[in-house]
Design a protein around this ligand. Sequence first.
Ligand code: ADP
Length: 358
Amino acid sequence: MKILVINSGSSSIKYRLYNMPSEEIVLRGMIERIGERNSKVKNHHQGLELILSKVGEVDAVGHRVVHGGEFFKRPSLINSRVVRVIKLCCKLAPLHNPANLEGINACRQLLPGIKQAAVFDTAFHQSIPGYAFIYALPFSYYKKLGIRRYGFHGTSHQYVTNEAAKILRKPLNRVNIISCHLGNGCSITAVKSGKSVDTSMGFTPLEGLVMGTRCGDIDPALVTFIMRRKKMGREEMERVLNKESGLKGLSGIGNDMRRIEEAARRGSKQAALALDVFIYRIRKYIGAYLAAIGNTDAVVFTAGIGENQGYIRARICRNLFDNLKNRPRVLVIPTDEELMIARETYKIIGSRQGGMER
Ligand code: ADP
């Protein structure tokens, strides 16, 4: 069965064609600069026409969707109702869900009769219990505005959880791990009995770890303090927190961790401090999640930094487990969100299940 995986962003579409269940990649590519001036591809519809002309016939399509709110606890077969609900979730992810929907709508028009599935970044975290997902704000904010921890990178955390279970030779429902996705965006998830029970990203992907350009956890009072002191508007403030902070803001040399590690090695104090802050925050979270899940089988590292930067992994883990009776294994598992989407799509379309939880 040929499954096309689509990751549709605001100005790009990444795609992969898989032969399932063999998981062989038949074709992969990316269309960029959609809708930009001088670009030949004016919109997502045109972009997908181009992709379909390259991939030929497909049997099913799997779409990455960033936000499924509280509606989707697992991947869903796409129908008009599912599209409507994804649209409802746009207010929770105004930069991402509309672009994901563009991809879905274009495929529905161009491939009538071909089954399609939506795989949500938030779904894996829907098992997080109330005490871990509620913010201590007026309760009505949760009820009326949907303000709560949703978490992201769920497809990646779920993929490495499944792979870890195979490596540990344990059934999924007996696997306890701490999954560290350290790329440009960084998040860490506590997995108990194969399920996400807490994660560092929150209502948006800004919370938690120090990231390439995002600040992660800060005192919330700083936001209004900085706005007043620097006479900043809302948009500028959001831009600083999302695009000018994190490793970039701290190091002064950008968001590329390879360059920061190199600069620290050559004696840059500022780069060394950025590295220290990054590592310390991760150690703090791992400590908290060890307490949250108890006996931990493994701490798993994945994504650009997690997979490739052994020095950082070693510093994160240094003496961290010394006082534990059962020390977790440290695993490096390359993430593969596209393959996870292909697998989930194959599962849904194969078994004809899917649909919303409520
Ligand atoms: P994204 O979240 O954009 O997918 P990646 O998972 O590609 O990010 O991670 C990017 C981060 O990983 C950067 O800080 C980069 O410096 C770091 N990194 C270290 N080694 C590599 C590598 N071999 N390839 C890509 N990124 C790497």
